[in-house]
Ligand binder design. Structure first.
Ligand code: NDP
Length: 296
């Protein structure tokens, strides 16, 4: 029997835990605050930010919603970040990516105070993750780890293949899986667009994390029977729906679910986890900044 890994259910549990942490922080006189900074007119980015603000409200985190004109000078964004870094009521700062072309993304990520960098993209936090001393784990790979944990997927000694090597998903995912720690200790291969014989690598994988952004390009025939398949991909494809499109993963769910031991759907798999882990990181940031112990 193939198990469907239900990201909505696990994310709801994480949100419940976060809400309890918020109550603990409140009792100590701290209201956790998350600032989102949007410098874009891209409708998808606008939607992501409004969802994050709504998520905050649901668990009692104070959302601070900052919007800048997409053609504002880069200096304005840097000043905004400096102000948020200095604010005591702001514990987490998230600059919605992508930023416009005239803004250097790397400078933006370096400008955010590492202790408020709830995305985990600041070089200091990347370094700490690699060194096995993570402060904030980036939300998507952290969410994947939570799913593996919730479904008792054995990572220790398992052969894991991560498809994709981006800074936000593939690289941190691989770094988490190789750590000498729970939900780690996997023998991990990272594949990318220059990988030769991806099919050969997948055929031996006990765990596949697909994060390439290629619609349904991994199918059941490429998987090892019984493998755990975590589909991070979110791809918009033309479809005969009201909106004229549908969202699909990197994995062909139908054929893969006949071979896999456990698999995440798209939507309803990794997506809700990414959102939940941002809330998790925000209460963690507040706890660290105010030295209030919480139970996460
Ligand atoms: P990027 O485009 O930054 O990275 C894609 C990676 O996939 C690259 O490393 C690329 O290789 C690799 N790749 C591309 N084609 C192939 C191929 N044919 N075979 C093997 N590897 C390939 O994407 P992201 O990491 O930002 O996102 C990946 C997917 O996950 C997207 O669909 C995105 O929408 C989704 N996503 C979902 C989230 C969620 O919450 N569910 C959160 C974040 C992203 P190379 O480096 O050589 O170019």
């Amino acid at each position: 029997m193939t198990r469907t890994i239900d990201g909505n259910a696990v994310a709801a549990d994480v949100r419940d835990d976060v809400a309890e942490c918020v109550a603990t922080l409140e009792a100590a006189g701290v209201t956790p605050g998350l600032a989102t900074v949007l410098m874009s007119e891209d409708p998808a980015s606008e939607t992501y930010v409004s969802m994050k603000q709504r998520d905050c409200e649901e668990v009692g985190i104070e959302g601070i919603d900052v919007e800048l004109d997409a053609d504002a000078p880069a200096a304005e964004l840097f000043e905004t970040i400096d102000d948020l870094n200095a604010r005591e009521d702001v514990h987490g700062i998230l600059v919605q990516l992508p930023v416009p072309d005239h803004v250097d993304k790397r400078r933006v990520l370096r400008r955010i105070a590492p202790e408020k960098d709830v995305d985990g993209f600041h070089p200091e936090n990347v370094g700490r993750l690699v060194a096995g001393d993570a402060r904030f784990k980036p939300c998507t790979p952290h969410g994947v780890q939570k799913l593996l944990e919730a479904y008792d997927v054995e990572t220790e000694g398992a052969d894991a293949v991560v498809v994709g090597r981006s800074d936000i998903v593939g690289k941190p995912m691989a770094n988490l899986l190789i750590q000498k720690s729970p939900v780690g200790n996997a023998t991990t291969t990272v594949c990318h667009s220059r990988t030769e014989d991806l099919a050969g690598k997948l055929a031996d994988a006990d765990i596949v994390i697909a994060a390439a952004g290629m619609p349904e390009f991994i199918d059941g025939s490429m998987l090892k029977p019984g493998a755990t398949v975590i589909d991070v991909g979110i791809n918009r494809v033309d479809a005969d729906t009201e909106k004229g499109y549908a969202l699909v993963g990197d994995v062909d769910y139908e054929s893969a679910s006949e071979v896999a031991g456990a698999i995440t759907p798209v939507p309803g798999g990794v997506g809700p986890m990414t959102r939940a882990m941002l809330l998790y990181n925000t209460v963690q940031a507040a706890s660290l900044q105010h030295d209030v112990e919480i139970d996460l």
